[in-house]
Design a binder for this molecule. Structure first.
Ligand code: 0TF
Length: 265
C-alpha cells in the first residue's frame, strides 16, 4: 500500500468533480448511484467523527480534513476531533458520532456505531473500482483484467467473480497469483496470448504496469493505484478512458457499505 502524501490530497475537490464526471460518462451512473446499487444501502443523516491517528508514521497533513470535505460533499455532517488517538475516540463518542473514521498505516476503517457494520478501505476500494470497470458502457465482452492481487486487487477480483465476469489476473508474485486462481477461480493473464481488454482494474503501487498489448480499441482503466500504472504515452495513443482518484471514491464506498440496508424500505 502506498502511503498518501499531503501532495496527493491537494485539489481533492477538483479531482473529485473531474472523476465524478468521468464515472458518469463511462458507466452512465453517478458514483453514489453505483454505491447504492452495490451495497443496497442509503444514508440517514449519520454524524461522522474523524480521528487523527499518530501511530506508525503519524499524521498525514490534510488527511482528516480531506475526509471531512468528502463526508460534507455528500450531505452528511461531521467533525475532526481536536484530540488524537484514544483521546480522539473518547471525544468522538462524547460528541455523539454515529460513524467513526480513522486510519493508521495498515488499516483505514469506518465503523457505524448504530448498526455495528465496519468497513475497511482496501476491501471497499477494490469493490468500487471493480464495479466501475465492470459497468463500462463500451465493453465488448465480460472479460476483465485485474493487475495486482494485493488487498485491493484481490477484493476487486473476488467481487467481479461473484458478478459473473471472466476475470484474468496478473501479479509478479506467482504464489499470490496461484492462490487467487485456486481461491477465486481467476484465470492467469498470459502476455504472449495477445488478449486485449476493454476493462482493466489496476491495483498496484507501481508505474507502467499497463502495456499497449493489453488494451482493446475502447478501454477503461479503473485504478486507485498511486502512482498511475498507465504510461501517459500509451493512454494518449489509445485514447484510454481512466478513473483514478486518491481518496474520495474509496471513502464513498466505505460509507455506503456501512449505511443502513434499504432493501426493506
Ligand atoms: O495512506 C494510506 C492509504 C490510504 C488509502 C486511500 N485509498 N494508502 N494510509 C495511511 C493513512 C494514515 C493516516 C494518519 N494516521 C492520519 O492522518 O490520521
Amino acid at each position: 500500500m502506498t502511503r498518501l502524501t499531503p501532495n496527493d490530497l491537494e485539489n481533492l475537490l477538483d479531482k473529485l468533480h473531474r472523476n465524478e464526471e468521468i464515472i458518469k460518462r463511462v458507466t452512465g451512473k453517478s458514483i453514489k448511484k453505483i454505491c447504492e446499487e452495490t451495497f443496497s444501502t442509503s444514508h440517514n443523516s449519520e454524524f461522522v467523527g474523524i480521528i487523527p491517528i499518530t501511530a506508525g508514521d503519524g499524521i498525514i497533513g490534510n488527511f482528516t480534513a480531506s475526509l471531512l470535505a468528502i463526508v460534507e460533499h455528500f450531505g452528511l455532517k461531521g467533525f475532526v476531533t481536536e484530540n488524537y488517538d484514544i483521546s480522539g475516540y473518547h471525544e468522538a463518542i462524547k460528541k455523539k458520532a454515529d460513524i467513526i473514521m480513522m486510519a493508521d498505516d495498515q488499516m483505514f476503517v469506518a465503523h457505524n456505531l448504530r448498526n455495528r457494520k465496519i468497513a475497511t478501505n482496501h476491501e471497499c476500494t477494490g469493490i468500487v473500482y471493480s464495479e466501475i470497470a465492470a459497468r463500462y458502457v463500451y465493453a465488448n465482452s465480460k472479460d476483465i483484467l485485474v493487475i495486482g492481487l494485493g488487498r485491493v486487487g484481490f477484493s476487486g477480483a473476488a467481487h467481479l467473480i461473484k458478478k459473473g465476469f471472466n476475470v484474468y489476473a496478473c501479479d509478479p508474485n506467482s504464489k499470490v497469483l496461484d492462490s487467487a486462481v485456486q481461491k477465486l477461480g481467476v484465470q492467469k493473464y498470459e502476455k504472449n496470448k495477445n488478449k486485449k481488454f476493454s476493462m482493466i482494474l489496476e491495483a498496484t503501487p507501481c508505474e507502467k504496469t499497463i502495456s499497449s498489448g493489453m488494451i482493446a480499441e475502447r478501454c477503461l482503466v479503473s485504478t486507485p493505484g498511486i502512482p498511475c500504472g498507465l504510461p501517459e504515452k500509451v493512454g494518449r495513443k489509445y485514447d484510454v478512458d481512466m478513473v483514478m482518484e486518491p481518496l474520495y471514491i474509496g471513502v464513498v464506498s466505505m460509507l455506503y457499505s456501512i449505511f443502513e440496508d434499504n432493501r426493506n424500505l
